[in-house]
Ligand binder design. Sequence first.
Ligand code: PMP
Length: 438
Amino acid sequence: TPSSTPSAAPASEALFARARAVTPGGVNSPVRAFAAVGGSPRFITSAKGAWLTDADGNEMVDLICSWGPMLLGHAHPEVQAAVQAAVARGTSYGAPTVPEVELAEEIVARAPVEKVRFTSSGTEASMSAIRLARGFTGRDVVVKFAGCYHGHVDALLASAGSGLATFAVPGTPGVPASATELTLVLPYNDREAVTAVFAEHGDRIACLVTEASPGNMGVVPPEPGFNEFLSRTCAEHGALFVSDEVMTGFRASRQGYWGIDGAVEGWTPDLVVMGKVMGGGFPAAAFGGRADVMARLAPEGPVYQAGTLSGNPVATTAGLTTLRLATDEVYDHLTKAGEVVKAGVTDALDAAGVAHAVQSAGTMFSVFLTEGPVRDFAEASRTDAGAYAAFFHAMLDRGVYLPPSAYESWFLSAAHDDRAIQTILDALPDAARAAAAA
Ligand code: PMP
């Protein structure tokens, strides 16, 4: 049974102190540190289904799902059994294996790609996709959107320069100006900005990279026809359209976000970046796309790309088993559970008088504490981070683990059953009042 509230976390606090002594900020990825919401992060000791258990024994409904991968819930028995069997056969050989072929076949069957190459992280996959786009086109310029995250790739850790069609400046110390001087950053959902940069720089643009539906500034779906417009604009200028589905792939729908509007609007990406769900909770990611573009990759072509653990047999077994179990019923469940949670959030925030916008992209959604609709990063930035911090901690004290940042998607799983959903609904009214009082 869940612990009584509010939950105390002395064991996590002690672990955080130890972690900070040996690891910068005590974490291995910044958002885990609770910097945006304050307080000490929970150290997780186990997870099962929809529930996390921390070092103090607190049980919490998980609305992060490892930031997306755990589509089936934690410790799914069939995924675990497949992984254990794979581990028993040895964990890495540095030679081709069966599960990587089977996972590639499964991905090609679902996503709009003819060939895929595996990597160990989404960052590597997007870095490699951009290298391939540059190698294929013989051009150097990359276009991206503000608020879209594609991993910590130097050229993509860029902020917009002073004007629309000016090249970007590094978004972090450590990235040289030379790494972003070929990157153009535009406001999301802004067709005029896209048209303007392609008019000015079109013959130098190797690719435009975008999240298929952004989830890293909160969920900001493309306006109807926007992806199709991007795809067409790229084609007109001989540039590649790179769709980043690391977060949305096999999550927003069975086929990713492309399955939601690609089929209807008729756009097809030249390259797709994937990760998260397709790794089933292990370090596996991929990029794929048109056969003629992928043929430029070593050893078939001249564009170099490699990895010691790429296509690792344990990771690809986890991903393959996850995708095979990710049936239409799973996506129906995510849709229905999401509708119930979104309605609960809306009711609670309405009752407390907190301005909000709940936005969705297929089965993904997020909650902005500002008036909507939120169309781009500038509008997402208006969310009330202080109110979110109060909301977050009130939920955590009541056994619900939300993303520790106001700019993240909320993730459900097939294992979020009535008890888990009810725990969320029960926590919401108090949390909404805490947000109102912040
Ligand atoms: N692209 C998108 C859309 C992502 O959401 C992420 C991770 N959140 C990445 C790329 C980077 O993936 P990784 O963290 O595996 O490097």
